[in-house]
Design a protein around this ligand. Structure first.
Ligand code: FES
Length: 107
């Protein structure tokens, strides 16, 4: 298990244990973390799993591929250099302790 801390736009924190091999979107949904919708279930067609990686941890996460980069154009909240789609960020042991910031809105 890998501990991830989701930080809402209002500063509320949810520290949850996410299984390796899962992803940031599923980790939030399965632990009732508010702020990630994940409407398409992770098939890269909704952009409602927008998250902001913490710059200090960004290098530990595999970069976005072309499809994710294209879908990031569809996020509703401000897109930043650290923006990712949570369903595409795979949980690995290297991410244990990682904070993830959530946008103000997904829709
Ligand atoms: S859950 Fe739909 S794009 Fe990530």
């Amino acid at each position: 298990m890998v501990w991830i801390t989701y930080i809402a736009a209002d500063g509320a924190r949810s520290r949850v244990d996410v299984p390796g091999g899962s992803n940031l979107m599923m980790g939030a949904i399965q632990n009732n973390v508010r702020g990630i919708d994940g409407e398409c279930g992770g098939c890269l067609s909704c952009a409602t799993c927008h998250v902001y990686l913490d710059p200090a941890w960004q290098e530990r996460v595999a970069p976005a591929d072309a499809m994710e980069t294209e879908m990031l154009e569809a996020v509703v909240a401000e897109r930043r250099p650290t923006s990712r789609l949570g369903c595409q960020v795979r949980i690995t042991p290297d991410l244990d302790g990682m904070p993830v910031h959530l946008p103000e809105t997904q829709s």
